[in-house]
Design a binder for this molecule. Structure first.
Ligand code: DLL
Length: 450
C-alpha cells in the first residue's frame, strides 16, 4: 500500500505522486468526473461546431449533465470525425493560442491533429511523471527518452514527464542504437523510455557490443508502450536489461502516453481517471459491457483545453480489471491491450489478434520475440504464414530440428488459437528490428500474384 508523509511524499522519498487524486475515494472521484464532464460538454458545445451539432442531434443539454450515467446519452467521436475536421476543426481555442501541435500519421487519409495549451502539456507531464514514479524514478533520476521526438507523442510526452518529475533528461529520440547504449552506460541512465521492440533491440545490441547491461548498467526501470508487449517479451526485456518494466498506454488523439500506466504490481494499467473517463463498450451495440469483459475502449477527456473529446472510439480492445489494486490507487485498471477492432485477422473463420500469436510463441525457448505474420491470397482463400526467428543457440543447420520446431509451433497455434497457419522458422536476426513501433502484419492480399 502507498503511504505518505505530511508533505505528500511517498515513504519519505521525493516521487511524483498526487495522492489527492490517485488515492481519492471512488465516490468523490466520480463526483469530480461528473463535474468535469459537464464542464467539458459545455465547453465543447460553446466552442466546437461539430459538438454543438452532435449534442443538439442527441438532444443533450450539456448544462443538465449531473452524473456519470448521463454519459450514455452523449454522442461518439471517431477517427473519421477528426480527419474530417482537419486540421483545426475540433479545437476549442484559437490556433494562435495553442502552445504545440502533434499529429498522427496520415497513411490512410488526413492526419489527426491535436493541439495542447500549456495547461494541457502540464497535465500530460503529470501523468507521465506518475509513470516515472512507478519505476522508482524521481528528481534524482536520469531518464533516457528513446521514443521518437516529433509529431509522434512518445518523445515529447516522456520529455514532459521528465521535466515534471525533475529528472535529468537525455533526449535521444529513437535510432542510433550504439550511441544510445554508450550514453546509457556513460551517463548512468536509470530509466529508459521507448517502445518494447526498441528496448529489446537496445538490450540485444548492448549484449552484442560485449556488455552485460543487467549487471553493468545502472538502468533499473523502463517505461515502455505505444505497441503491444506480450508477457514473454516483457520478461525478456526485464532480464536482459535488468529493469522493472511498466507498460504505458496512450494515443495521440486523446493526449499521448500517460492515459494509463501500470504500477509496480504490473497487473493492469491505472487509467488517469482525474483526466479521462474510460468506458468499455460492445463495439456492435455500443452498450457498456460488465467489468472483466472485453470490448472497445472509449475515452472522454475531462481537463483538455485545446482538443477535448467526447466518447472517442479508440478501436483498442481491453477490459476493466475487476477488484482493487494492491498499490492502493483507486484509479481503475484497464488490461493490457489485446488487439484493435481493425487489426483482427479472420483466418478460415477464426478471429485472432496478432498479439495472441506473440503470446503463444513466448512458450518456445528456441524462439526470439521477433515474428511476422504474412497474409496472402491463394486462389479464393486467405493464406497465413507465420515467420518466427530462432535464438542463436538453436541448431539452425539441422534441417530435422527446423522441421520439428515448425511442426511444434504449428501444433501449438492450432491448440491455443484454433488456427491453422504455415510456420516458417528463420535464422537469428533475419527479421527486421524496429526502433519504434514494430510492424508485425504484412498484408499482401491486394498485391496481385496468384
Ligand atoms: O502510441 C502514444 C504512446 C507513445 C503511447 C508512447 C505509449 C508510449 P499513437 O501513435 O497515436 O500514440 O498510437 C496509439 O497505439 O490506439 C494503441 O493501438 C497503440 N498503443 C499505445 N500504447 C499501447 C500499449 C501512441 N501500451 C495506438 N500497448 C493505440 C498496446 C498500445 N498498444
Amino acid at each position: 500500500m502507498l503511504s505518505m508523509n505530511s508533505c505528500g511524499q511517498v515513504r519519505g522519498e521525493e516521487r511524483y505522486f498526487q495522492p489527492e487524486f490517485e488515492l481519492m475515494g471512488r465516490e468523490e472521484l466520480e463526483a469530480l468526473q461528473a463535474k468535469r464532464l459537464r464542464q467539458t460538454a459545455q465547453n465543447c458545445y460553446a466552442k466546437i461546431g461539430f459538438y454543438q451539432k452532435a449534442l443538439d442531434e442527441a438532444g443533450v443539454d450539456p448544462a443538465a449533465i449531473s452524473s456519470l450515467d448521463d454519459l450514455q446519452a452523449l454522442p461518439f467521436t471517431t477517427k473519421q470525425d477528426m480527419r474530417d475536421a482537419y486540421p483545426f476543426g475540433l479545437f476549442a481555442i484559437d490556433v494562435h493560442d495553442v502552445q504545440r501541435l502533434h499529429a498522427s500519421s496520415g497513411t490512410t487519409g488526413h492526419a489527426t491533429v491535436v493541439g495542447y495549451t500549456q495547461k494541457d502539456i502540464d497535465v500530460w507531464g503529470d501523468t507521465f511523471a506518475r509513470a516515472i514514479a512507478q519505476v522508482g524514478g524521481g528528481a534524482e533520476s536520469i531518464l533516457q527518452v528513446a521514443y521518437g521526438y516529433g509529431l509522434f507523442t512518445g518523445g515529447l510526452g516522456a520529455h514532459e514527464g521528465g521535466i515534471r518529475s525533475g529528472a535529468t533528461i537525455v533526449p535521444m529520440s529513437s535510432g542510433n542504437t550504439k550511441r544510445q547504449i554508450e550514453m546509457m552506460r556513460d551517463f548512468g541512465v536509470d530509466i529508459l523510455a521507448c517502445t518494447p521492440s526498441y528496448a529489446l533491440l537496445i538490450a540485444d545490441t548492448a549484449i552484442e557490443m560485449g556488455y552485460d547491461p543487467a549487471n553493468e548498467f545502472k538502468v533499473s526501470g523502463a517505461i515502455l508502450g505505444a505497441e503491444p508487449c506480450s508477457e514473454g517479451m516483457r520478461q525478456e526485456i526485464e532480464a536482459k536489461l535488468g529493469v522493472k518494466m511498466v507498460d504505458i498506454y496512450g494515443l495521440s488523439e486523446v493526449m499521448g502516453p500517460g492515459v494509463s500506466c501500470e504500477c509496480r504490481y504490473q497487473n493492469g494499467l491505472h487509467v488517469a481517471e482525474d483526466h479521462f473517463i474510460i468506458e468499455i463498450l460492445d463495439p456492435e451495440t455500443l452498450r457498456p459491457v460488465p467489468d472483466g469483459e472485453y470490448g472497445e475502449v472509449v475515452f472522454t477527456t475531462l481537463s483538455k483545453e485545446c482538443s477535448p473529446l467526447i466518447r472517442y472510439r479508440t478501436r483498442d480492445i481491453s477490459r476493466i480489471m475487476p477488484g482493487e489494486c494492491a498499490c492502493g490507487r483507486t484509479f481503475r485498471r484497464m488490461d493490457r491491450i489485446s488487439g484493435r477492432t481493425d487489426d483482427m485477422l479472420i483466418i478460415r473463420g477464426v478471429n485472432v489478434f496478432p498479439r495472441q500469436f506473440q503470446q503463444a510463441l513466448s512458450a518456445f525457448s528456441e524462439l526470439t520475440s521477433y515474428y511476422q505474420i504474412i497474409l496472402e491470397r491463394r486462389g479464393p482463400l486467405d493464406h497465413v504464414t507465420l515467420k518466427v526467428e530462432t535464438t542463436p543457440e538453436f541448431p539452425f543447420d539441422e534441417v530435422r530440428s527446423i522441421e520439428l520446431l515448425e511442426q511444434k509451433v504449428k501444433a501449438a497455434l492450432r491448440s491455443d488459437l484454433q488456427v491453422s497457419v504455415d510456420v516458417q522458422v528463420v535464422e537469428p536476426k533475419s527479421i527486421e528490428r524496429s526502433e519504434g513501433k514494430a510492424k508485425r502484419v504484412f498484408d499482401l492480399r491486394n498485391e496481385g500474384g496468384n
